[in-house]
Design a binder for this molecule. Sequence first.
Ligand SMILES: NC(=O)c1ccc[n+]([C@@H]2O[C@H](COP(=O)([O-])OP(=O)(O)OC[C@H]3O[C@@H](n4cnc5c(N)ncnc54)[C@H](OP(=O)(O)O)[C@@H]3O)[C@@H](O)[C@H]2O)c1
Length: 272
Amino acid sequence: MASFPYNKVLLIGATSGIGWELAQKLVQRGVFVVAVGRRQTRLDSFLAQHGDSKVATIAFDISEIDKAHLFAHNVVQQHPDLDCIILNAGVQYVMDFSKPHTVDMGNIQKEITTNYTSMVALTHAFVPFFQANSLNKEVAFMYTTTSLMSVPYPMVLNYSASKAALHAFILCIREQFKQNPEHRINVVEIVVPLVQTELHDGQPGWDPNFNPGMPVEQFVNETINGLEAKEETVAIRQAKQVFDEFEAEKGRRVGPAWAIIKKNMGKAHTFG
Ligand SMILES: NC(=O)c1ccc[n+]([C@@H]2O[C@H](COP(=O)([O-])OP(=O)(O)OC[C@H]3O[C@@H](n4cnc5c(N)ncnc54)[C@H](OP(=O)(O)O)[C@@H]3O)[C@@H](O)[C@H]2O)c1
C-alpha cells in the first residue's frame, strides 16, 4: 500500500474544513503536522487532541505578506526536517457587479491577498530552504485550487479569478523547478469540487441552511489516495471532469512552449 510521501507537513489553513480533515488523516498516517491558521482555539484543540510529539501549531495570518519571510525563518528554525508545505488556506465572497452595493472592495482585496498573493509570498519565502534541503530527498509545495478557476462562477467572480491566477502560478513554478532537477521540488495541485466546509458560512447572499457538495471526509479520503499515488494534479470528481476538459492540455503545453522560446530566442531571458 502506498504511504504519504513526506514526513513533516506545514499545513496552512488547518483550522477547519479540508485542512482540518487533511491534518487528522495525515497524523493518523504518522506524518508530523505543523498546523497553521488564525484561530488559536482551533489550533489549541488540535494540539490537545494529538500532543506535541505528533503535531505543532502556529497562529499566523497569511495576509500579512510582509511577515512571510520572518514566518518561514521561524518555521525552519523549529522544523529543519520540514519536507512538505500544503498551502490550503482560502476565503470566498459573494458579490454581484450588477448590484454595485453588494461589492466590497475590501473583500476583493482580501480575496486576492489570501488566495493568491500570500501563496506567492510564502512560496518565495520557503524556496531557499527547500533548495538547500532537496539535494538528497524530495520535497513538495502543494496548493488547493478549484474547478471554478476553469469555469468561473459569476457570484464568486473574484474568487474564481484569484484561483485562476494561482493555477497559472502553479503551472509556471512547476516548470521552473523542473529546469533545476538537482533540487527535487515537486509542485502538486489539489483541484477541489464543491465540498461541505465553512468556506461559504456567513457570506451575505448565501442561504445559511444550504450546505451542498461532497462530505469533507469523503473528499479528503479521495485526495489522500491521489497524494499517496504521487499524482501531480489531484482532481476529485466533478473537478476532475472540468480539469480534464479545460486544463489538462494547457498544463501539457507550458513546458514545450517555453522550450520553443528558449530554442528560438535563447537570449530572451538571461538570469544568471
Ligand atoms: N469547500 C469548497 O467547496 C471548496 C471548493 C473549491 C476549493 N476550495 C478551497 O479549499 C481550501 C480550503 O477551504 P475549505 O473549504 O476547507 O474552507 P474553510 O473551512 O473555510 O477553511 C479555510 C481555512 O483557511 C484558513 N485561512 C483563511 N484565511 C486565512 C488567513 N488570512 N491566514 C491564515 N489562514 C487562513 C482558515 O483558518 P482561520 O480562519 O483559522 O485563519 C481555515 O483553516 C480553500 O483554498 C478553498 O478555496 C474549497
